[in-house]
Design a protein around this ligand. Structure first.
Ligand SMILES: [Zn+2]
Length: 189
């Protein structure tokens, strides 16, 4: 057996230690990168969570809101209604920051509630009217006529942007909870 000088042993111990530290450092860096990228994909909506206290009859709400023609009603799959007209709300109703977009899932009985305020326009600030620009629905997309942002998954229960400036920033719609008790749709924070 060949005898190695003591300094060689020390050197190899040192090399092993440094290698171990390097791996630990890499692992920590990888973890940080993973956590940071997770944060990016689950970015909070710039639209603050407004107070929500609202219920309605899904069989009659479209007519009650004056949204009877030109759109599928909320009581059928792919239907929707926009709730924002103060004159048609009760004093106790709370409809989020910029009003509510209520959608009926395309293939199930689930219902979804989103804030009608466009997250990109809200993030840009300005007067209340500019900040709280309301989304409209075209086909199965929620969209902002002001900035051109499109949210193509609202009828699948997802608040994610699909094109336009909100998509570039990955700004989500503000989403609230919604469910049906028989004919009564209930929206909560
Ligand atoms: Zn917008």
């Amino acid at each position: 057996m060949m005898l190695l000088p003591v300094w060689w042993n020390k050197l190899s111990v040192l090399a092993t230690t440094v290698r171990g530290m390097a791996w630990s450092l890499l692992a920590v860096l990888a973890l940080i990168m993973m956590l940071t990228s997770c944060d990016d994909s689950t970015i909070e909506s710039p639209v603050p969570a407004g107070r929500v206290h609202y219920s309605c009859n899904i069989g009659t709400i479209n007519l009650a809101m004056g949204q009877g023609t030109g759109q599928a009603h909320i009581d059928s799959p792919g239907g929707y209604v926009r709730i924002y007209d103060k004159q048609k709300l009760m004093a106790t109703d709370e409809v989020g920051t910029g009003g509510l977009l209520l959608c009926h899932d395309l293939s199930s009985s689930s219902v979804y509630a989103y804030d009608l305020a466009c997250p990109y326009c809200y993030s840009r600030g300005g007067s209340p009217a500019e900040k709280l620009h309301r989304l409209t629905v075209d086909g199965f997309n929620a969209q902002c006529d002001k900035c051109g942002s499109v949210f193509g998954h609202v009828f699948w229960g997802m608040p994610t942007p699909t094109s336009g400036p909100a998509n570039k920033k990955n700004y989500l719609l503000r989403q609230y909870h919604a469910h049906c008790n028989g004919d009564i749709l209930v929206a909560t924070p």
